[in-house]
Write a protein that binds this ligand. Structure first.
Ligand code: AMP
Length: 313
């Protein structure tokens, strides 16, 4: 397995593989890997000749404190990735991914600027110069300003920007993302389509622990008791799914039940519980098609999310 830290090095590695007609599967991550990330790698391994995994904690998508506190363990990650039969790890520096920005501090300042080019329903590529790797992406506001983007509207622009830069570097045939972050998956799928990136965006089902808690690097910030309490959210969402499968169509009735179940666990504080359309993320009143049952919640100030996709069609 190769470990590459520069864009140039990654491009050389990939172009060599391309010359021998190999297909490339790509799994972008923030590192501190768990079995959820492994499921993405496994799928990529099954479907491609070459698998590349990136590890990059993207400062642009966090507030400074969150960025600094994000759990990291590169040595452990390298071992996990190697065991998955991956061919290449791309772990660039901040400077490598943001060559036109002088310091991390500047990236945090960029987040405060609401770009002029905001557009409600399309992706905008804001270029600093001729170098494609310096593009900033502004994602459609009707997809970004809700659910996981509620507190930080720039979050998904930052995610789209870094993923776009990683795509330009790796130029994969397929890229793998978790359904756990379905809003991110949907936005990146739209980006690939609208910007004609010719990359197939694949969703992978959420991996959970034995009690049902969706695996997340952020779970490491919880105590054992808090992790145990968090499992009530999956129990509540499963209850909602069961109601839909038994014919209930009124979202309000289902959300009320989901909220009651979550509220039975005193240390879990609901941020938002809702039912949204799986294609548009708009709230659904009467359920007729594919929907996502979504809950975001706080435990001791730490914000977590979970969802279940209910496919009726
Ligand atoms: P992260 O490192 O948190 O950015 O996650 C990298 C990728 O792994 C993203 O596409 C996530 O959606 C995906 N992922 C994170 N947790 C899980 C999980 N429990 N099951 C499946 N995929 C996951």
């Amino acid at each position: 397995m190769e470990i590459i830290e520069t864009v140039k090095g990654a491009k050389v590695f990939i172009s060599e593989k391309r010359r021998s007609n190999k297909t490339i599967g790509f799994v972008p991550t923030l590192g501190f890997l768990h079995k959820g990330h492994q499921a993405l790698m496994e799928k990529a391994r099954q479907e491609n000749d070459i698998v590349a995994v990136s590890i990059f904690v993207n400062p642009l998508q966090f507030k400074r404190k969150q960025f600094e506190e994000y759990p990291r363990d590169l040595e452990r990650d390298k071992k996990i990735i190697d065991d998955m039969g991956v061919d290449m790890i791309f772990s660039p520096s901040v400077n490598e991914m943001y060559p036109s920005v002088d310091s991390i501090g500047e990236l945090f300042k960029l987040q405060l600027i609401e770009p002029d080019l905001v557009c409600d329903d399309m992706f905008v590529v804001e270029s600093n110069d001729e170098n494609e790797l310096d593009d900033f992406i502004i994602a459609p506001r009707d997809l970004t300003n809700k659910l996981d983007g509620k507190y930080f509207p720039w979050h998904f622009d930052a995610v789209a920007t870094i993923v776009h830069r990683l795509f330009k570097t790796i130029e994969p045939d397929r890229a793998y993302f978790g359904e756990k972050d379905f809003q991110q998956l949907l936005i990146l799928r739209e980006m690939a389509k609208e910007l004609w990136l010719d990359i197939e965006i694949k969703g992978v089902p959420t991996v959970r622990d034995s009690a049902g808690l969706a695996l997340s690097s952020r779970n490491s910030l919880l105590t054992t008791d808090q992790r145990h309490a968090a499992t009530i959210v999956y129990t509540a969402l499963k209850k909602g799914e069961e109601m839909i499968k038994n014919g209930e169509k009124e979202s309000e009735t289902i959300i009320s039940k989901i909220s009651d179940v979550i509220n039975s666990e005193p240390i879990v504080e609901i941020d938002f519980a809702g039912i949204v359309c799986a294609n548009t993320l708009e709230r659904v009143r009467t359920i007729n098609g594919n929907v996502i049952l979504y809950a975001s919640y706080f435990i001791n100030g730490i914000r977590l999310t979970d969802n279940i996709i209910v496919r009726l069609n």
